[in-house]
Ligand binder design. Structure first.
Ligand SMILES: N[C@@H](CCC(=O)N[C@@H](CS)C(=O)NCC(=O)O)C(=O)O
Length: 175
């Protein structure tokens, strides 16, 4: 990270500085000279290949079980992101249908992840899917969705509370 300079984005604003580099204009966007990499998965791969941190250089290649788990976790996070977007609209503009769809989807995902947690099968944090799960749960919690989720999913909540103590989570916590 010492070699990475972080710049603030202005999502959806016409003067979003990300647009200088990428017409998509989303975060994360990694600019390496002429090279512009989007999609968190590919940025993660690119940065871990450059890393000298023993926590991340020892990551084994993705196996099918990890691919399957990553898909479930990214689907969960994507649903939470849709819910956040819907909630940011004026109440009169909000689709209660979509809010209900995302509430139901996230509940199903939480139940499934709790079963994985019970089997001690949740990913290590230092994997793309581990970081994605932590970010998804954090996004859900910081938006006040399912305020009782920790009590209802104690094994998943235990994993999350450990991960929340990591320096990377503390330093990158949303304001
Ligand atoms: N599939 C992309 C999703 C990126 C994404 O949705 N980023 C949001 C973060 S808030 C964003 O930049 N939204 C602003 C926009 O869509 O203009 C990834 O995994 O990196």
């Amino acid at each position: 990270m010492a070699e990475v300079e972080e710049r603030m984005a202005a999502n959806r604003a016409p003067d979003n500085p990300v647009l200088i580099h990428s017409p998509v204009g989303r975060v994360p966007t990694l600019v390496v000279g002429e090279l512009v990499i989007t999609e968190a998965r590919y940025i993660y791969d690119f940065l871990t290949k450059k890393s000298t941190n023993p926590d991340v250089v020892s990551i084994p290649p993705l196996d099918v079980k990890a691919v399957s788990q990553e898909g479930q976790i990214l689907g969960f996070m994507d649903g939470i992101a849709c819910w956040v977007r819907e909630n940011r609209r004026e109440i009169s503009m909000r689709s209660m249908f979509l809010v209900d769809v995302e509430r139901d989807r996230s509940l199903r995902c939480l139940m499934s992840l709790e079963r994985v947690a019970q089997k001690m099968d949740l990913p290590d944090f230092a994997t793309f899917r581990g970081m994605a799960l932590a970010a998804g749960l954090d996004l859900m919690q910081s938006n006040g969705f399912h305020p009782d989720w920790q009590a209802k999913h104690p094994h998943l909540a235990g994993w999350f509370s450990e991960v929340k103590l990591r320096r990377s989570m503390i330093e990158t916590a949303p304001e």
